[in-house]
Design a protein around this ligand. Structure first.
Ligand code: TSX
Ligand code: MN
Length: 625
């Protein structure tokens, strides 16, 4: 049965007895027709593409417009991460914490073993040995994903480092994270997928994490974070547990490098909830002359303390799995150049000449499109209710090496020393354009209160309400969020503060009372990054306030179109707004973490409240807030 393709590596060739045994066990359970080991070669990538094109699952794109690229259209029910079917199956419910779904691991394994039984009949089981992080880096981790989806294999080949070089590092007894995945739609005898995107109904979908045994079991979805198990499942949920145990950080953060006109560089990591433009910031083109921004990563940072006491970060990924709608030459030219070739597009619209199109790509749709559901679609600008041609969560999968702004050191195995950590979110009011934490614990406090205004896309809560997403990690922390806060606090106790990154909170999303953006954002954010750079260098113009360290009124150069009054509003201290914020944190946010909320954070909230009450109400912010 093993290896239908003689030319690829065979199971017998694997040197790792434990890995071979696990593959045998999974094959005995799932009963695939064949087993193929992903060797990471271009030839194998091409063969997988050819097979998916032949079956009708993949659409080859126009080689003149998007060379080496393909498009996929998922089942309409399988378009995003499924948080309500995502489980942290820790030994106890308490260990998973109040913000994760929990099922007893023994019970969950029993249920899922039942689902996996025979689920790969008639399909191929692919073995994907992958490295999160540069192969051989001492910050990197190895995973092996077993999957029945060739779509997953090709995406993993872009998003991670795959193949024989990983098996070489793994050796005969190396450690790896077991990642088991099936699309979860068993074929009947004689049935084939016939170009359909297979997946299971929602009540059979399970995205399960077993933190004690460091295993991931995923069933029923072929999409993104549910299926490409190196990303959210391994690099965040499982790695966050490893990081707590081993004294490092696995974070939902971009990493960028900023260089001033004198050639001095600083490295910045930044965490934002979804829909705040993390990928855009990671690839920002500065508007201020002489300054340069380069990209290390756009989604995940693994950070460890070096022998010199500084915090070093690597990007564990090798590609970008970015939201396509809204990505244009205006909003993010570097992303557009990254996806020009050798990329995978999922749920984008297709043009008549086999290029991709999406809402917010920066130009009108051509006369006729095929929408992501496969239907003919003609743009009707008069109709505000028209369903979009691309799914709002449509994605591009592009190699990071193709990004024009990628930093030369992006694959340095020792990582880059982080100077600043930014938190942020969509806050139309109250939160200023930028402020800095007074010290590490205050910075942890800022991370713990991260929140973002609900955008129209999220229908479960009223638009205009703020959803808290501490450290942008709420959906991605593999253990109790209160213990996660404590882990951050503890790092401050055990390390030299003078060598730790400075912590900031930014907000690109302030609005006027009549709903207009106060700040132009995008490349103009380089002005804020410049102030952050200067704050790290000790040369910034700053003032101490009730909420932390803020820029003086003239510390940040004003972009064109931003008046002096606008700037004052962006940088004012909204005493009453912050007092409401304190009340909301005290009544609605912090109680969620029960007695696991570190005392340092409760104290920090009291301090902020007292500071604010001491501000003269009539003197604060005049008329602007
Ligand atoms: O990514 C964004 N960033 C960060 C860029 C480096 N977006 C897009 C968010 C959705 C993913 C932004 N949207 C940003 C921003 O800084 N700011 C805004 C709000 C905004 C939108 C459009 C305009 C200005 C601000 N344009 C005009 O007013 C012309
Ligand atoms: Mn993310």
């Amino acid at each position: 049965m093993y290896s239908r393709k003689e030319k690829w590596m065979k199971l017998q060739d694997l040197k790792h007895a434990g890995l071979k045994k696990w593959i045998d066990e999974v094959a005995a359970l799932t009963k695939p027709e064949a087993i193929v080991i992903a060797d990471g070669s271009d030839a194998q990538y091409q063969q997988l593409v050819d097979e998916m094109v032949a079956s009708g699952l993949a659409t080859p794109l126009n080689p003149e417009k998007k060379p080496g690229s393909i498009a996929f259209f998922s089942d309409p029910s399988d378009v995003a991460r499924v948080e309500n079917r995502t489980y942290i199956a820790a030994a106890s419910k308490e260990a998973a914490g109040p913000t994760n779904n929990w099922i007893d691991p023994t019970e969950l394994k029993k249920t899922m073993t039942g689902l996996y039984d025979g689920c790969m009949k008639g399909r191929t089981l692919y073995v994907i040995p992958f490295s999160m992080g540069p192969v051989g880096s001492n910050i990197a981790k190895i995973g092996v994903e077993l999957t029945d989806s060739a779509y997953v294999v090709t995406n993993m080949m872009i998003m991670t480092r795959v193949g024989e070089k990983v098996l070489d590092v793994l050796g005969s007894d190396g450690e790896y994270v077991q990642c088991l995945h099936s699309v979860g739609k068993p074929l009947a005898d004689g049935e084939s997928d016939e170009g359909k995107w297979p997946c299971a109904p929602i009540e059979q979908k399970y995205i399960s994490h077993f933190p004690e045994s460091r295993e991931i079991w995923s069933y029923g979805s072929g999409y993104g974070g549910n299926a490409l198990l190196g990303k959210k499942c391994l690099a965040l949920r499982i790695a966050s547990v490893l990081a707590k145990d081993e004294g490092w950080l696995a974070e939902h953060m971009l990493i960028l490098k900023i260089t001033n006109p004198e050639g001095e560089a600083k490295y910045v990591a930044a965490a934002f909830p979804s829909a705040c433009g993390k990928t855009n910031l990671a690839m920002l083109v500065p508007t201020i002359p002489g300054w340069k921004v380069e990209t290390i990563g756009d989604d995940i940072a693994w950070m460890k303390f070096g022998a010199d006491g500084r915090l070093y970060a690597i990007n564990p990924e090798a590609g970008f799995f970015g939201v396509a709608p809204g990505t244009s030459l205006d909003s993010n030219p570097n992303a557009m150049y990254s996806l020009e070739k050798n990329s995978i597009f999922t749920n984008c619209a297709l043009t008549e000449d086999n290029d991709v199109w999406w809402e917010g790509i920066g130009y009108d749709a051509p006369s006729k499109l095929t929408d992501w559901k496969g239907n003919e679609w003609v743009q009707d600008k008069g109709n505000k209710e028209q369903a979009p041609a691309s799914h709002p969560n449509a994605r591009f999968t592009a190699p990071a090496s193709q990004c024009p702004s990628i930093a030369p050191e992006w694959e340095d195995p020792k990582g880059v020393p982080i100077d600043a950590i930014l938190f942020g979110g969509r806050r139309p009011h109250t939160v200023p354009l930028v402020h800095q934490a007074r010290d590490w614990n205050h910075g942890v406090f800022l991370g713990s209160i991260v929140g973002s205004e609900i955008t129209a896309a999220a229908l479960d809560l009223k638009a205009g309400t703020i959803r808290r997403d501490p450290f942008a990690m709420l959906p991605f922390c593999g253990y109790h969020m209160g213990e996660y806060f404590e882990h951050w606090i503890n790092l401050g106790k055990t390390h030299d503060q003078s060598k730790m990154p400075k912590i900031f909170y930014v907000n690109w999303f302030r609005k006027t009372d009549d709903g207009k953006w106060l700040w132009p954002g995008f490349g103009e954010n380089s002005r804020v990054l410049k102030w952050v750079f200067e704050a790290c260098a000790g040369t910034a113009k700053t003032q101490d306030t009730a909420i932390g360290i803020m820029p003086t009124a003239d510390a940040i150069d004003r972009p064109e179109g931003v008046s002096e009054d606008d700037m004052a509003e962006l940088l004012c201290l909204d005493r009453d707004g912050w007092l409401k914020e304190v009340a909301d944190i005290r009544e609605n946010h912090y109680p969620k973490f029960g007695d696991k909320l570190p005392k340092e954070l409760a104290d920090m909230l009291d301090i902020m409240e007292n500071n604010l009450k001491a501000v003269d109400a009539s003197a604060s912010c005049g008329s602007c807030c």
